[in-house]
Design a protein. Structure first.
Length: 228
């Protein structure tokens, strides 16, 4: 059974008296351990599709089944629990809490899960060490470089070892060297933890690493290719 199954998904948004169709009859399946990307130009529907997979939005028509749950049938509380317990999110703008240290930012998802302090501390330090950030644990976001801030965001996304990580343009604000380092770490996480990664991107730095590329143009899938 696939981890994610998107069936005949259409997404429309009202625009005045008209409607904008952001997604057009999308049919996709994602298996455990994939390292794949939804790629296409700005406005192609990448983020909309990623948001539906992440239960942050629902289809206008069709169905999205994520980790055995039909997204369109979940209550807001059920959606929040699905994200909290089983998913990690990485954003282009990092979305770190500025008054918290790197350690506290990474710890935050575990606090929400009411994880015991001893277990929490080990998981946070393991995640920071994995991303090469042990020495930055007590630094606040303003004291970090862009590459370090994004690595903290990745540590926060993977600290609970989720089944699914969704990344929306995670390297768009980074230079080539930082992007390479971060993507190498993501590939390692994918292989060692069997975590599924789904990217929404048009960044060539990311696209080179993908093992599956789903091309989206004007809200429709135009090509779905596996890369050896």
């Amino acid at each position: 059974m696939p981890q994610v199954k998107v069936e005949n998904v259409i997404k429309r948004y009202p625009m005045g008296e008209k409607e904008l169709t952001a997604l057009r009859d999308i049919n996709l399946e994602f298996e455990k351990g994939e390292f794949c990307g939804i790629i296409g130009p700005s406005g192609s529907g990448k983020t909309t599709l990623l948001n539906i997979i992440g239960s942050l939005d629902t289809p206008s028509e069709g169905s999205a089944t994520v980790l055995g749950k039909k997204v369109e049938k979940l209550s807001p509380k059920e959606s929040a629990l699905l994200r909290r317990n089983h998913m990690g999110f990485i954003f282009q703008t990092y979305n770190l809490l500025p008054v918290y240290t790197a350690y506290e930012n990474v710890e935050f998802p575990l606090l929400i899960m009411n994880m015991p302090e001893k277990e929490r501390k080990k998981k946070v330090m393991d995640a920071l060490e994995w991303l090469g950030l042990s020495d930055r644990a007590n630094s606040r976001p303003a004291q970090l470089s862009g590459g370090e801030a994004q690595r903290v965001a990745i540590a926060r996304a993977i600290v609970k070892q989720p089944e699914l990580v969704l990344a929306d343009e995670p390297t768009a604000n980074l230079d080539a060297e930082n992007s390479h380092n971060i993507l190498e770490r993501m590939v390692r996480l994918n292989k060692e933890l069997k975590t599924t990664f789904i990217f929404a991107t048009h960044d060539e730095k990311v696209i080179r690493y993908l093992r599956r590329k789903i091309h989206l143009v004007d809200g429709a899938v135009t090509k779905d290719e596996v890369v050896s």
